[in-house]
Design a binder for this molecule. Structure first.
Ligand code: AMP
Ligand code: MG
Length: 420
């Protein structure tokens, strides 16, 4: 049994990202949200594109007004009005000013803006009541970004701020990594799909649906491959087909030590290298991780997840998702979202494996508070993992974390603020 952290490291080391040249597709900007940038982006434009005013006021030559004050104002002649979106028509000469509005281009000759609250206008004259500093209220060309520099690096997920930057840079076709294809298969003679009548002894295949939801949430494309019976030939054929079609294969069930657990044996028969067979995690001990070398550069990863519905979810969150993130081209931040919080109750474990307790995490008075789900804590109970958003970790070797102790918590969903 491999310790959890070692398993995570081993999996991530063996996961190869998509190729930034071959695995790229160009998508229109409006379809780029949530995708991962495959190539760095730069712009031919400076930001700001030209010197512009940060205030409504008057563009002046600082030398003209360097000595003025409210008691001794300087009077200038207003030569034009410049709104945002217009190009100034004249050069500001000594003794002159231009009326200017926020965001408008600075006229040649002017080197500072006096805000209108420090000016007194009368016809085509303006009295300046305070001496500005050089470049006061002027946003200088290139102050935020200089043309040719890197605007966005490759390997980031595009959210609203990045989309805004791309739009401002007039990038309308964006190079993003293609979506990973993730094959999902459920193994077990006892399984029936949710739309079939349930016979005594049968189990409904929930994992196929849970995994498809997780894969889609991660921005990848789920390829559901249905239920495969515990028959070596059928299973081998299904695995071979999945490996041929997908970048990642997720199977659930059949990786334990039972009489009908064939997955590991078939993976070896198909030429895979098995790197992990079991991990010291609860729930989820029988976890298989293997790779198929598809060519010199890339390989297909295979996760044989345990069949218990809660084990499937927990092992996917803990090991599958980080690997998927790395493989999809994300340059960093593959690991889970960890939070430190406290529970008002003791957390208990058997001490033999790193234990993940599912429950609800909330922000309460500025602190993260974790409450374990009510009801049975069995890996076969999938009912009480619904509507949870976190997994609290009891480390290997520990049997009890007393209430109020700082605990490591893996966030699986949105965290709300506790109602007061
Ligand atoms: P296994 O890992 O194949 O021994 O399965 C462990 C337990 O999980 C058994 O009780 C299975 O019936 C159950 N199980 C396996 N696959 C699924 C699935 N796809 N959906 C729901 N339960 C499952
Ligand atoms: Mg089974």
């Amino acid at each position: 049994m491999l310790p959890v952290l070692e398993a995570e490291t081993r999996i991530l080391n063996l996961t190869q990202p998509l190729d930034p040249q071959q695995d790229v597709e160009w998508v229109p900007l409006h379809a780029a949200a949530g995708r991962i940038l495959a190539q760095p982006i730069s712009s031919k434009l400076d930001f700001p594109h030209w010197d512009n005013s940060a205030m409504d006021g008057y563009a002046v030559r600082r030398a003209d007004v360097a000595a003025c004050s409210a008691d001794a104002p300087t009077t200038l002649t207003v030569i034009e009005e410049i709104q945002a979106g217009y190009r100034p028509q004249q050069t500001v000469q000594p003794g002159q000013a231009a009326r200017i509005l926020t965001g408008a281009m600075m006229p040649p000759g002017a080197d500072a803006v006096v805000m209108q609250e420090e000016a007194r206008r009368a016809g085509d004259r303006v009295q300046i009541l305070a001496a500005p500093k050089l470049h006061q209220f002027v946003r200088r060309q290139g102050e935020f970004y200089q043309a040719g520099d890197r605007l966005l690096p490759a390997g980031i997920r595009l959210g609203a701020p990045e989309i805004a930057v791309l739009a401002a840079a007039q990038s309308v076709q964006i190079p993003v990594y293609r979506r990973l294809r993730v094959a999902i298969l459920s193994t077990g003679d006892e399984l029936v799909s949710p739309d079939q009548p349930l016979q005594p002894g049968q189990i409904v295949d929930s994992n196929q649906y849970a995994l498809a939801a997780l894969v889609a949430e991660a921005g990848a494309e789920p390829l559901p491959m249905g239920i495969i019976p515990d028959q070596p030939e059928a299973l081998q054929q299904a695995i071979a087909q999945a490996v041929a079609q997908a970048d990642v294969v997720l199977s659930s069930g059949g990786v334990s030590v039972g009489d009908y657990d064939y997955v590991d044996r078939l993976l070896e028969a198909l030429g895979a290298t098995i790197h992990i067979r079991s991990v010291a995690i609860k729930p989820g001990k029988p976890l298989t991780f293997a790779t198929f070398a598809t060519n010199a550069q890339s390989s297909t990863t295979y996760f044989g997840l345990p069949g218990n519905p809660v084990s499937t979810l927990v092992t996917f969150w803990r090991f599958g998702l980080p690997s998927l993130k790395k493989q999809s081209g994300l340059a960093a931040g593959w690991g889970p979202d960890w939070i430190v919080g406290r529970s008002p109750h003791d957390l208990t474990a058997d001490g033999k494996r790193e234990t993940y307790c599912w429950g609800t995490l909330r922000l309460n008075g500025g602190e993260y508070e974790f409450s374990q789900s009510p009801g049975s804590f069995s890996s076969g109970n999938l009912i009480n993992i619904a509507q949870t958003n976190a997994l609290a970790v009891v480390p290997l070797g520990q049997t009890r974390i007393p209430a109020g102790t700082a605990i490591q918590i893996l966030q699986t969903g949105h965290v709300a603020i506790a109602p007061s």
